[in-house]
Design a protein around this ligand. Structure first.
Ligand code: ADP
Ligand code: GLC
Length: 488
């Protein structure tokens, strides 16, 4: 089956969050099942610098915002990619450093509508082989608002590929004003409540929802949640109307990249059968990266880790609020890695000054520290207000670092709260809060610390998590099933 995979980021070339992880692992998992997958990415500056061999396949002339662009289509190789890599190379739109969506000063690039419309137009054209490469996609699989227009461009084409649109996060809608719609020369008949119009502007995410043959999202619980006003970001009506074509398929994790028995970023390797001394050495190494020389006494006390984008979604504010109480009532220490909204960054740095011996904060993006936290912390905190899937709780399970999570989205689908009953049944693998509040968070952390003190129960919990099958294979098969179904 020929699949064109279209995304705005993909590890290790460009990644801002879990979308980058999925857009790397899923196409490879599909290929492993025998699919013929090509991956299309925009040619951001740092991405271009990392490519190995590059070949120019041709040029397409594409309508932008009040102007048009000659976009060069490149075929490239990179040691991490075994799927074929295609790059949309257009200097004036993508050749910019840093975060793909944001100006270095933190605001959205003002021409994002144009950047991703051109990218989507190109994807649609390539999938129909308008460049004459002798390869036509049977299925085009798009991800999040940046690629939402692809199904819309294809919808009116005769003899077109089938389209799948995956929602990774409904909070980002790709909303733009009407005059942008006009400047982009988008088809006038799209402009209606049944089309892309959304509260007076237009939404690229909505375009994906309306025009794709199938909508998926990254966990079954999130598929239900987004049909409600609480989680729907205004799209709940559209989603309810399209419920028949909406499925939740849980993400997997890449067990080559996230695996404590081979992970090159961590200090000592370990596995479910033999966790120590590996886990302890990693804990020491993690603390050392914050200049703490931890002796036995310190190492006995629980270390709680957190790695995330600093945005409200992740409940980072709840953690900041809970820290003073947790410092008073427990002997735990905390390692928090992340970047995002400056208010959260500043608040955590201030707290770090208040508790310099027990709170360690790193502001920034560090793949290495992210892995070391999974391996070195005793527990992983993820009190998200909503979480379409969440990968970090699955990495944590795999690394023997029980996650403490809120009951929502993919967290609800992957983490089983520890109670005497679930411990007995060997299903317990973490700690679940029933609501995203400071009290629920404190309560869950206190419960986790209680169980941590009981070595036998703790070992049981870790084993359950580490032995569970979290790889991509099952999900890849479900996507293939869905593609088959669309083609039938
Ligand atoms: P989301 O996609 O909403 O950010 P996920 O849990 O699905 O949440 O995925 C987050 C991914 O991004 C994980 O691979 C995580 O390790 C990584 N990540 C987030 N923040 C950082 C950071 N500051 N440094 C390194 N990796 C990070
Ligand atoms: C989004 C979601 C996250 C999910 C990731 C990959 O960024 O916030 O929950 O795991 O996409 O699907």
């Amino acid at each position: 089956m020929r699949i064109l995979f279209v995304a705005s980021e993909s590890y290790p070339l460009v990644k801002t969050g879990g979308l980058g992880d999925v857009a790397y692992s899923l196409p490879h998992a599909l290929q492993e099942q025998g699919a013929d997958v090509r991956m299309l990415l925009p040619g951001y500056r740092e991405l271009l610098q990392e490519l190995d061999e590059v070949r120019i396949l041709g040029w397409l002339h594409i309508q932008g915002s009040g102007r048009s662009h000659d976009v060069r289509v490149l075929e490239a190789t990179h040691p991490a990619f075994s799927v074929k890599l295609l790059i949309a190379d257009c200097q004036e739109l993508y050749d910019r450093p840093g975060n793909p969506y944001l100006h270095p000063d933190g605001y959205d690039w003002p021409d994002n509508a144009e950047r991703y419309t051109v990218f989507s137009r190109l994807a649609a054209m390539l999938s129909m082989d308008l460049l004459g490469l002798d390869w036509r996609a049977e299925v085009v699989h798009c991800h999040d608002w940046q690629t939402g227009l692809v199904p819309a461009f294809l919808a009116s084409e005769p003899d077109r590929p089938r389209t799948v649109f995956t929602i990774h996060n409904l909070a980002y809608g790709g909303h733009f004003p009407h005059d942008e719609f006009m400047k982009l020369h988008l088809p006038g008949y799209w402009w209606s409540g049944e089309g892309v119009e959304f509260y007076g502007g237009f939404s690229m995410l909505k375009a994906g929802l309306v025009y794709a043959d199938s909508i998926t999202t990254v966990s079954p619980t999130y598929a239900d949640e987004i049909c409600t006003a609480q989680f729907g970001y205004g799209m709940q009506g559209v989603l309810q109307a399209n419920r028949h074509k909406l499925t939740g398929i849980l993400n997997g994790i890449d067990t080559q990249l996230w695996n404590p028995s081979i992970d090159p970023y961590i200090k000592a390797h370990y596995n479910a059968a033999r966790r120590n001394p590996g886990k302890r050495i990693n804990k020491q190494a993690l603390l050392k990266s914050f200049s703490v020389e931890a002796g036995d006494e310190f190492l006995e006390k629980p270390l709680i880790g957190m790695v995330c984008r600093f945005v409200e979604q992740k409940g980072i504010d709840l953690v900041a609020e809970a820290i003073p109480t947790l410092m008073k009532e427990t002997q735990a220490s905390f390692v928090i890695i992340g970047a995002g909204d400056h208010v959260h960054e500043e608040r955590l740095l201030k707290l770090q000054k208040q508790y310099p011996d027990r709170l360690f904060v790193y502001i920034g993006y560090s793949e290495e520290l992210a892995h070391l936290v999974e391996a070195g912390a005793d527990m992983f905190l993820m009190p998200s207000r909503f979480e379409p899937c969440g990968l970090n709780q699955m990495y944590s399970l795999h690394y023997g670092t029980p996650p403490i999570v809120n009951h929502t989205g993919g967290l609800a689908d992957t983490v089983v709260d520890t109670t005497p009953k679930t411990l007995n049944a060997q299903t317990a693998n973490g700690f679940v809060m029933q609501e995203p509040s400071v009290t629920a968070l404190i309560d869950a952390v206190l419960r986790a610390i209680d169980v941590y003190a009981n070595k036998r129960s703790w070992a049981k919990l870790l084993r359950t998590g580490m032995q569970s099958d979290l790889g991509w294979k099952n999900s890849a098969l479900r996507y293939l099933d869905l593609y088959q179904h669309l083609l039938a």
